[in-house]
Design a protein around this ligand. Structure first.
Ligand code: PLP
Length: 405
C-alpha cells in the first residue's frame, strides 16, 4: 500500500507554509509538484554534463545524448509503445496537438473533411483544430456529453461518417475528472477508418496507460503534470502515420542533407524534433517516470481512488455545495459550486487559509457553457495528498460560508 507520508518527504515544496499556514496543494491538474529526485537530476545535468546532444563526439555530449535517449526509451516503456522512434519530444501537450494539427492536417485534411472533438475538451484540444479547419476548409464536429459529464456514445456512433478524418478526445477531463472510454471511442473510429488522437495530459500521472492496448494512433502528455519539469512533453504516434507526415518545423537535427536546391529529412523521431531540445527537461522527466515506476501506478490509482471517494463524501455533506458531473469512472478531479457565493470569492478566502485550488473555467469554456456557468472551484488530487487535507478543506469551506453569511 502506498504511504503518502513517505512520498511527501520527497517533495520539498509540500513542507512550506503560505500566509503562515501549511500549504495544502489541490491544484495538481494545473501542474504537479516535483520530487527531490527530479530536481537533483536536472541540477546534476547542469553541474556535471551540460552539453548539446547528438552532434558532438566529445565525452560530455555523448553522456548528455545517452541520458536524453534513455529518457525516450523509458517513455516508450511507460506508454508501452512499440518503438522508441514513436516517442517525439515536444514542449508539452499543447505543442504535441499543434504538431499533429499542422503536420497531419497538411498531409491528410482537405476541404469538407471533418475533425471530431468532444464537449469535454481543454482549449488546447479545440483551438488547434479550429485553426486547421479554417485553414483547410474543414469542419469541426462536437460529440456532446450528458449532465453527468459522460460522452454520449450513441450520438458519437451516429456522428461518425466517411468525412471524419480524425477524432481527438481527452483521456480524462481536466474539469470534471471523467475517465473517457477511449478504447471504445478508438474501436468505433477505426471501424470507420478514422485515426484517433488521445490527450493524456490528465491521465498519465494517475493510472497506467498502454497505447498499444487502447490502439491510439496518437497520444500526448505534458511533463509538468506528471511530477516532471515544465517545458517538456511527449507525442506518441504510430510509425505508419509518422512516416507519412511532413516535418512540423525546420532547422537543425530534423534534416538528413541540406542544399539550397533540396533538403532531405532525418529519420524518426528526429524528423519532428527541429533544434536543440530541452535536454535538462527530458532528463528531469526521466527521473519523474522512474519515481512513478518505483511507486507503482496501480498503487497510485488505488490510493487516489480512496482520496476521491473521501473528497466526494466530504463535499456532499456540505449542503450548499453542488458538485458538477457524476461520471461513472472518475479520476481525482472534482469541480464544485459553493451555493450563491462566487467561486472566485471562495477560492480567494481558501487561498488565505493555505489551500491551493483553482477557480475559473479551467480552459474549458465550451464545457462550462454546457452547464450554463462561468466557472467552478476545482480540487485536483495527487498521490501526495492525504485524507486529513481533505477533511481540513471541508472544514475550511464550512468556515468560509459562515464568513460570507
Ligand atoms: N489537455 C488537458 C486535458 C489539460 O488539462 C491541459 C492542461 O491543463 C492541456 C491539455 C494543456 O497542457 P499544457 O499546457 O501542459 O500543454
Amino acid at each position: 500500500m502506498l504511504d503518502p507520508l513517505k512520498i511527501r518527504r520527497d517533495f520539498p515544496i509540500l513542507e512550506r507554509q503560505v500566509y503562515g499556514r501549511p500549504l495544502v496543494y489541490f491544484d495538481n491538474a494545473a501542474t504537479t509538484q516535483k520530487p527531490r529526485q527530479v530536481i537533483e537530476a536536472i541540477s546534476d545535468y547542469y553541474q556535471t554534463y551540460n552539453s548539446n546532444i547528438h552532434r558532438g563526439v566529445h565525452y560530455l555530449s555523448q553522456q548528455a545524448t545517452q541520458a536524453h535517449e534513455n529518457a525516450r526509451a523509458r517513455i516508450r516503456k511507460f506508454l508501452n509503445a512499440r518503438e522508441s522512434h514513436e516517442i517525439i519530444f515536444t514542449r508539452g501537450t499543447t505543442e504535441a496537438i499543434n504538431l499533429i494539427a499542422a503536420s497531419f492536417g497538411k498531409a491528410f485534411i482537405r476541404p469538407g473533411d471533418v475533425i471530431m472533438v468532444s464537449e469535454l475538451e481543454h482549449h488546447s484540444n479545440i483551438v488547434p483544430w479550429q485553426l486547421l479547419c479554417e485553414d483547410r476548409g474543414a469542419e469541426l464536429r462536437v460529440i456532446p456529453i450528458d449532465d453527468q459529464g459522460e460522452i454520449l456514445m450513441d450520438v458519437y456512433r451516429e456522428l461518425l461518417d466517411e468525412r471524419v478524418k480524425l477524432v481527438a478526445v481527452t483521456h480524462v477531463s481536466n474539469a470534471l475528472g471523467t475517465v473517457v472510454p477511449v478504447e471504445e471511442i478508438i474501436r468505433l473510429a477505426h471501424l470507420n477508418g478514422s485515426p484517433v488522437l488521445v490527450d493524456g495530459a490528465q491521465a498519465v500521472a494517475h493510472f497506467p496507460v498502454d497505447v498499444q492496448a487502447m490502439d491510439a494512433d496518437f497520444y500526448c502528455f505534458s511533463g509538468h503534470k506528471i511530477f516532471g519539469p515544465m517545458g517538456i512533453g511527449v507525442l506518441y504516434g504510430k510509425t505508419d502515420w509518422l512516416e507519412k507526415m511532413p516535418p512540423y518545423q525546420g532547422g537543425g537535427e530534423m534534416i538528413s542533407e541540406v542544399s539550397f536546391e533540396r533538403t532531405t529529412y532525418n529519420e524518426l523521431p528526429f524528423k519532428f524534433e527541429a533544434g536543440t531540445p530541452s535536454v535538462s527537461d527530458t532528463i528531469g522527466l526521466d527521473a519523474a517516470l522512474a519515481y512513478l515506476e518505483q511507486t507503482g501506478l496501480e498503487e497510485v490509482r488505488a490510493y487516489e481512488h480512496q482520496l476521491l471517494m473521501h473528497l466526494l463524501m466530504r463535499l456532499s455533506e456540505i449542503s450548499f455545495i453542488r458538485i458538477l458531473g457524476h461520471p461513472r469512472r472518475q479520476s481525482g478531479v472534482v469541480s464544485f459550486l459553493p451555493g450563491d457565493i462566487h467561486p472566485y470569492d471562495m477560492g480567494t478566502i481558501l487561498d488565505k487559509l493555505g489551500f491551493a485550488l483553482r477557480t475559473g473555467n479551467h480552459c474549458a469554456q465550451p464545457l462550462m457553457n454546457h452547464f450554463g456557468i462561468q466557472g467552478t472551484i476545482r480540487a485536483s488530487l495527487a498521490f501526495y495528498n492525504t485524507v486529513e487535507e481533505i477533511d481540513r478543506l471541508a472544514e475550511a469551506i464550512r468556515r468560509t460560508e459562515i464568513m460570507f453569511r
